[in-house]
Design a protein around this ligand. Structure first.
Ligand SMILES: [Zn+2]
Length: 366
């Protein structure tokens, strides 16, 4: 997080993983063509990083990165290839995952690393020393190849709760070998905001300004957005998530909500000036490309986010626009809608006519 001393506003990086983690959602698949179009939309919105996929995990992602080199002309965003640390007891030089990452030819790479002692000893059946070496060797190899290296610290919050000493060793291994970012992941999505804030503060205090601390949340408790904001409050300068909250299980942290909150509520700058009004159109365009409609009740961008049905509310809005709206919908490219129902009063009919550009006359609207 960098702070502008004159205004007190700080810049928070937005890292979009719609094209990697987001596509883990059931019932959605994207062609390479779709992925290229989505990346263009994300660049139009002004996110800092676009994670394009996991080259090597499937042929489609290898093709995506190959085509992206010639066909994708990003104005602002940096394209990122995703992978993992080297295998346990393996060597970086002959590791297929690391080789695929380098061959994706992106300026930045993001690797997932085991940062929970339990995961290293139980899931990997390895030792903690080897777990640390996997991170150190992989970061060193990739920085040596001239890449900016971000490290997703998998199961960080659960791991920290059980064995904070190892989780901090994992962070140190990445930082010492030159990672630009350590990203704290709530992989199982079960952590609540207070705890996210506490642990993020501890990491930020530990690493100081040597590296940017990031946050990556899943929405299993319905708190992914709140957790991301808690991390920012605790000093994280980088937020990962997906457009429209797409992702496995209950989804990833919803960037359309996070961007609205960081920028309009908390005064941070996370996308360039003049872009936030594209939030609604980009959210819907990406949803269309993936054939998965935006939740009508999604904050900021949903079709119902600024829809009013109750007669009392509509007549109040007729007098004072902000009476029942928390922000001006135009700020995020959305608009006020009036819903006509059996509950509608005269004000609703008049406002609906106005919304549709119709002129009414006669006694019914007096
Ligand atoms: Zn994830």
């Amino acid at each position: 997080m960098t702070t502008d001393n004159t205004s007190g506003r700080s810049t928070i990086e937005v890292f979009d993983t719609t094209l990697r983690d987001g596509l883990q959602v059931e019932g959605v698949s994207a062609t390479v063509e779709d992925k290229l179009r989505i990346a263009e939309q994300l660049d139009l919105l002004g996110v800092t990083f676009i994670e394009g996929g996991w080259p090597g995990a499937n042929p489609k992602d290898i093709e995506f990165f190959a085509r992206a080199q010639h066909e994708l002309h990003l104005a602002d965003a940096t394209l990122v290839a995703f992978g993992s640390t080297r295998r346990p007891r393996g060597k970086v030089d002959d590791d297929a995952t690391l080789r695929n990452l380098v061959e994706a030819n992106t300026p930045s790479v993001c690797i997932v690393a085991k940062s929970s002692a339990y995961q290293v000893t139980q899931a990997l059946q390895s030792t903690l020393d080897e777990g640390e070496a996997m991170i150190a060797d992989s970061v060193q190899f990739l920085t040596g190849e001239g890449r900016q290296v971000l490290v997703d610290m998998e199961h960080f919050f659960d791991g920290f709760a059980e064995n904070p000493e190892f989780s901090m060793r994992a962070i140190e291994a990445a930082v010492v070998r030159g990672a630009s970012h350590v990203v704290l992941c709530d992989t199982n999505g079960g952590t609540l905001p207070d705890r996210v804030g506490e642990i993020t503060s501890a990491v930020v205090a530990h690493v100081g300004s040597d590296v940017t601390v990031g946050i990556h949340c899943h929405d299993d408790t319905g708190c992914a957005v709140a957790n991301s904001l808690a991390a920012v409050r605790a000093g994280a300068g980088h937020v990962q998530g997906t457009l429209n909250g797409l992702g496995e299980r209950t989804g990833n942290a919803n960037l359309t909500t996070i961007i609205g909150n960081l920028q309009l509520k908390l005064g941070h700058e996370c996308i360039p000036p003049g872009r936030i009004e594209r939030l609604t159109v980009v959210s819907h365009h990406v949803a269309e490309l993936l054939n998965r409609a935006v939740n009508p009740q999604a904050p900021y961008v949903g079709s119902s986010a600024f829809a009013h049905k109750a007669g009392l509310h509509v007549s109040a809005i007729a007098r004072a626009k902000d009476a029942y709206e928390h922000v001006d919908p135009a700020l995020v490219g959305n608009s006020t809608h009036f819903v006509v129902s059996e509950m509608a009063g005269r004000a609703t009919i008049a406002m609906k006519a106005d919304e549709l550009g119709l002129e009414l006359d006669g006694p019914a609207t007096n």
